[in-house]
Design a protein around this ligand. Structure first.
Ligand code: PBG
Length: 330
C-alpha cells in the first residue's frame, strides 16, 4: 500500500556521480574531508565508471586536479591537461554506455583559486573569463564531454559558451548551467578534494544564501541564454529555491548535493550518531520531492545499487526502516 501511494521515487538514471581525477598519481588518494571519496588515477576512474554503469546511474561529472596551476588556468584549455585527458580516456571507453560530463570552471587550474582570471586590481574579470570559458568549452567538447557543467557563475557565460560551441561544430554538446549557486560553507570539503589554492571567498560571483528570488532569476536568465539544463546548488539547504526553479523551468532542473552535505552525514554516522543509509535515501528523496529531475551526489553509485538490489523500488529502502534497528516488516 505504501508503495502504491508513494509520491516520490528515485531511479538510478537520476543520479550523477561527481568524480575527481588527479594528475601524476599512481594510486588513488583518499580525501580526508570526504571519507569514502578519492582523487582517482585514470585507471581507478575507469573502474569507478564501470561500476556506475553496472549500477545504472545517469552519468559522471568529472573534475580535474592538475599538478601545476597558473594565473589563467592554462591546464583547463590544454588538450593534455588532466581534465581533458581524463575526459578523452573515459569518453572513448564508456561514451556509448553512459554520459561523460565535465565541470567547466577555472578554479582547479588557477594558482589564486578563483573561478576566473583576475583584473589588475585583483578582482575577477568577468568578461575576460568568458573568453577562457569559451576555449575551455571547445577543449572539453573535443575531448568528448557530452554535458558541460558551467559552474563559474560569471554573467553571460551560458550565451558565450553556446555561441563558441556552435561556431566550432559542437552543436550537440549540452550545457548544464549551475544557475543558482550559493556562496556556502558547504563547499569546504571540496576544497581539499581539488587541492584548492583559494584564499578569500567567492562572494563577488556566487549568491548570498539569503536570496531566494535571485536564485530563480539566475535560472531564468540561463534558460534565456540557451541552457539545456539548470541547476541549484547546494541542494539540501536550498530546497525552496529548487522548488521555485522547478515550478518555473521548461528545461530539466538538477540539484547538486555538495561535499559538505556528504561530509556532515558521513561524520555523524562515523560517530554512531545517525542512521547513515536511511539518511542518505531520505536526503535524496527530499531533493527529488522538491523538484530535482536529477541529483549530483557522491552517493550516486551506492544509492543506485540499493535501488537495484530492491528491484528499483524505494519501498523497503533504508528510509522505510528495514535497515534500521526497528526491524519492521515491509
Ligand atoms: C567550482 C565548483 C565547486 C564545487 C563544484 N564546482 C567549488 C566552488 O564553487 O567553490 C563544489 C562541489 C562540492 O562542494 O561538492 N569548480
Amino acid at each position: 500500500m505504501r508503495r502504491l501511494v508513494a509520491e516520490t521515487r528515485i531511479h538510478p538514471a537520476q543520479l550523477v556521480l561527481p568524480m575527481f581525477v588527479a594528475e601524476g598519481l599512481t594510486e588513488p588518494r583518499a580525501i580526508s574531508s570526504m571519507p569514502g571519496q578519492v582523487q582517482h588515477t585514470l585507471d581507478t576512474a575507469a573502474r569507478e565508471v564501470e561500476r556506475g554503469i553496472a549500477a545504472g546511474i545517469g552519468g559522471v561529472m568529472l573534475f580535474g586536479v592538475p599538478q601545476h596551476k597558473d594565473a589563467v588556468g592554462s591546464g583547463a584549455t590544454d588538450p593534455d591537461g588532466i581534465l581533458n585527458r581524463a575526459t578523452a580516456f573515459l569518453a572513448e571507453r564508456f561514451g556509448d554506455a553512459t554520459v561523460i560530463q565535465t565541470d567547466l570552471c577555472l578554479d582547479e587550474f588557477t594558482d589564486h583559486g578563483h573561478c576566473g582570471v583576475l583584473a589588475d586590481d585583483g578582482s575577477v574579470d568577468n568578461d575576460a573569463t568568458l573568453e577562457r570559458y569559451a576555449d575551455m568549452a571547445i577543449a572539453q567538447a573535443e575531448a568528448g564531454s557530452r554535458i558541460l557543467g558551467l559552474s563559474g557563475m560569471m554573467d553571460g557565460q551560458v550565451e558565450h559558451v553556446r555561441t563558441a560551441l556552435d561556431a566550432t561544430g559542437h552543436q550537440q554538446t549540452a550545457i548544464l548551467a549551475y544557475s543558482a549557486k550559493y556562496a556556502t560553507a558547504l563547499y569546504g570539503p571540496f576544497r581539499e578534494a581539488v587541492d584548492s589554492s583559494l584564499t578569500g571567498d567567492r562572494k563577488t560571483y556566487q549568491q548570498d544564501p539569503g536570496n531566494r528570488r535571485e536564485g530563480l532569476r539566475e535560472a531564468l536568465l540561463d534558460i534565456a541564454e540557451g541552457a539545456d539544463i539548470v541547476m541549484v546548488k547546494p541542494a539540501g539547504l536550498y530546497l525552496d529555491v529548487l522548488a521555485d526553479v522547478a515550478a518555473a523551468s521548461d528545461v530539466p532542473v538538477w540539484a547538486y548535493q555538495v561535499s559538505g552535505e556528504y561530509a556532515m552525514v558521513e561524520a555523524a554516522a562515523a560517530n554512531g550518531w545517525i542512521d547513515r543509509d536511511r539518511l542518505i535515501t531520505e536526503s535524496l528523496t527530499s531533493i527529488v520531492r522538491a523538484g530535482a529531475d536529477t541529483v549530483l551526489t557522491y552517493w550516486a553509485i551506492e544509492q543506485a545499487e540499493w535501488l537495484q538490489a530492491r528491484g528499483l523500488s524505494t519501498q523497503g529502502m533504508p528510509d522505510q526502516g528495514l535497515h534500521g534497528a526497528s526491524g519492521a516488516r515491509p
